[in-house]
Design a protein around this ligand. Structure first.
Ligand code: KIV
Ligand code: ZN
Length: 513
C-alpha cells in the first residue's frame, strides 16, 4: 500500500503559537513521545533562532533514533551551518530550508525579484547538500504563488539536490480543490518530480487544513506536515491525529498507510496539552473530551442497540481506555517503579524516589490514584532538569471570607536559598496569592491569562493551573499541578517566573562561552 510520511512540527511551528514556551527537557519529552506515536520526521526547532532552540535540536537529534530529526533554516549559510552543528549527530541528518515564492512575499517581505529568489534558493540547497544527505526545500506561501513560477523554481531546486519539496498553504487561504490542483499541476509539469518527496503543509485560518491536507494526498503528496492537537501560528496547523485517523477509518477511499501508532494518539495529545499549557477544545475531533460522548436520547438508544449506529471511531482505537486504579496508599517502591517502567518512563533512581514521595503524599489525601495521576507525577520528574528551581514554594496560607478582604501569606525559598515570607491582600484568594508572590519575585508582573482545570474526575481530582504572565515586560507561561487549586496556582506563577529566569540564565551562559 502507498505510504504517506508524517512530518511533525509541534516543536517548531507549534511552539511558535502565542503563549507557548517549552524548555529543552519538555521538548525532549515530547520528541520521545512523537517517536512512539510514529512520526516519520520530527521538526525539533530552528537552530539559528536562539541558543535555547539550538540546544533542544541538538539534544533531540542525539536522543531520537526511530524518527528522522530535522531543523528549520533560512536560505543563509549561517543558518545552514548552525543546523548542521545541531543535527550532525542524528541518525539521518535532515534540514528544512524555506524561502517565499508568492508575488506579495517576494516583493514586500524579501524585496527580491523572482530571478533573485530562484538563485538564492538554488545556492542554499547546493550549500546544504554539502553537509546534509536529506534536504527539504519549502516554497513559503506556495498556495498564493504563480504555478508556472513555482514549477520553474522547483525544477531548479531539484536539480540543485533537494530531496523533498514542500508546498505550504502558509496563510491557510487555499480551498481543498485549489490545494489539490497545485499538487497535480506540479506532478504533471515538473520533470524529475518523481525523484523527490512532495509534501503538504496546511494552516487552519479558514478551518480547511484537514480537508486541504487530504486533498493533497489524493493528488500525490508523499508527506504531510502538521502538529499534535493542531497547535501553531494563529489558527494553528493541521492536526496530525485527525489526518492519521481519517486515513485509517477511510482507508478504502485513500488507500494509504502512515505508520502512525494510533494507540499513542491520546497520550501524545495529553502530553502536548499538559506541557504547552494549551487546552484542547472539548468538541475537538479525535482528542476532545466530548469526541466520543453521546448526549441525545435517540443517539444513546441507537448506541445501545448497535454502537455502529453513531460511533465511527472507538476511544480504544486512539488509546483512550478507561484509566484503571493503579496503585494505592500501601503500594511499595518496587510496585511503583514497575508501573513507571510499564508506562514507558526511564527515570533515574533518584527521580523515581522523588516521584514515589510525591505519590505517597498524594495517596494520603486522594482516595483513588489512577494512571492519569501517575502520568502527571512521573512526567513532572522527567522534565525536571534543574533540581533546584529558582524560586520554590514552601508554604501558603490564605485567610478568606466573603465578609473580609482576603489575605495571603506565602513562604518561598529564593534563588540564594533564603526563605522569604510575605503577606498581601487581594480582591479574592487567588489575587491575594498573586499580589504576595509579586512582592517575593521582585519584578513587575502582569497576569495575561489564568485557568484551572481538573485532571481526571471526582472531587479529589488533581487541579492543574496554567498562567500566562509578563515578568519585567516578557510574556511567559507557567503550569503546575497540586491537589489544591490555590497551591497549584501559586506554583504555576512561580514556574512561569522560574522559566523566565532560567531562560535568561541560559542565554547568558551561551553568550559568555
Ligand atoms: O507555514 C509555512 O510556510 C511554514 C514554512 C516555514 C514551511 O511553516
Ligand atoms: Zn507553517
Amino acid at each position: 500500500m502507498r505510504k504517506v510520511d508524517i512530518f511533525d512540527t509541534t516543536l517548531r511551528d507549534g511552539e511558535q503559537s502565542a503563549g507557548i514556551n517549552l524548555n529543552t527537557a519538555e521538548k525532549i519529552e515530547i520528541a520521545r513521545q512523537l517517536e512512539r506515536f510514529g512520526a516519520t520526521i520530527i521538526e525539533s526547532g530552528f537552530p539559528a533562532a536562539s541558543p535555547g532552540d539550538f540546544d533542544a535540536v541538538q539534544r533531540i537529534a542525539n536522543t531520537v533514533k526511530n524518527s528522522i530529526v530535522t531543523g528549520l533554516a533560512r536560505t543563509v549559510e549561517h543558518d545552514i551551518e548552525r543546523a548542521w552543528e545541531a543535527l550532525r549527530g542524528a541518525e539521518q541528518p535532515h534540514i528544512h530550508i524555506f524561502l517565499a515564492t508568492s508575488p506579495i512575499h517576494m516583493q514586500y517581505k524579501l524585496m527580491k525579484t523572482p530571478e533573485q529568489v530562484v538563485e538564492i534558493a538554488v545556492e542554499s540547497v547546493k550549500y546544504a547538500r554539502k553537509y546534509f544527505p536529506l534536504v527539504q526545500w519549502s516554497a513559503e506561501d506556495a498556495s498564493r504563488s504563480d504555478p508556472e513560477f513555482l514549477a520553474h523554481i522547483i525544477r531548479k531546486v531539484i536539480a540543485a539536490g533537494a530531496t523533498t519539496i514542500n508546498l505550504p498553504d502558509t496563510v491557510g487561504y487555499a480551498t481543498p480543490s485549489e490545494y489539490g490542483a497545485m499538487f497535480k499541476y506540479m506532478k504533471d509539469n515538473v520533470v524529475g518530480i518523481e525523484k523527490v518527496k512532495l509534501s503538504a503543509h496546511c494552516h487552519n485560518d479558514l478551518g480547511m487544513a484537514t480537508a486541504n491536507t487530504l486533498a493533497a494526498i489524493e493528488n500525490g503528496a508523499d508527506q504531510v506536515e502538521g502538529t499534535i492537537n493542531g497547535i501553531g501560528e494563529r489558527a494553528g496547523n493541521v492536526a496530525l491525529e485527525e489526518i492519521a485517523v481519517a486515513l485509517h477509518i477511510r482507508k478504502p477511499i485513500y488507500g494509504v498507510e502512515t505508520g502512525v501508532n494510533l494507540k499513542e494518539i491520546k497520550r501524545t495529545s495529553q502530553l502536548v496539552s499538559q506541557l504547552t499549557g494549551s487546552m484542547i477544545q472539548s468538541n475537538k475531533a479525535i482528542v476532545g473530551k466530548n469526541a466520543f460522548a453521546h448526549e441525545a436520547g435517540i443517539h444513546q438508544d441507537g448506541m445501545l442497540k448497535n454502537p455502529l449506529t453513531y460511533e465511527i471511531i472507538t476511544p480504544a482505537l486512539i488509546g483512550d481506555v478507561a484509566t484503571e486504579l493503579v496503585l494505592g496508599k500501601h503500594s511499595g517502591r518496587h510496585a511503583f517503579k514497575d508501573r513507571a517502567i510499564k508506562m514507558g518512563f526511564e527515570l533515574s533512581d533518584e527521580k523515581i524516589n522523588k516521584a514515589f514521595l510525591e505519590f505517597k503524599k498524594l495517596a494520603d489525601s486522594k482516595k483513588e490514584i489512577v494512571e492519569d495521576d501517575l502520568y502527571v507525577l512521573l512526567t513532572d520528574q522527567q522534565i525536571n532538569e534543574k533540581n533546584t528551581p529558582v524560586y520554590e514554594l514552601e508554604s501558603i496560607q490564605v485567610q478568606y471570607s466573603t465578609d473580609n478582604v482576603p489575605t495571603a501569606t506565602v513562604s518561598v525559598q529564593n534563588p540564594n536559598g533564603d526563605k522569604i515570607s510575605k503577606s498581601a491582600p487581594g480582591a479574592g484568594a487567588v489575587e491575594a496569592i498573586f499580589n504576595t508572590l509579586e512582592l517575593v519575585v521582585e519584578g513587575k508582573v502582569h497576569i495575561l491569562d489564568y485557568r484551572v482545570t481538573s485532571i481526571g474526575k471526582g472531587r479529589d481530582a488533581l487541579g492543574e493551573a496554567v498562567i500566562n504572565l509578563s515578568y519585567n515586560g516578557e510574556a511567559v507561561t507557567g503550569r503546575d499541578v497540586a491537589q489544591d487549586v490555590l497551591e497549584a496556582s501559586a506554583k504555576a506563577y512561580l514556574n512561569a517566573v522560574n522559566r523566565k529566569l532560567l531562560k535568561s540564565e541560559k542565554i547568558e551562559e551561551v553568550a559568555t562561552k
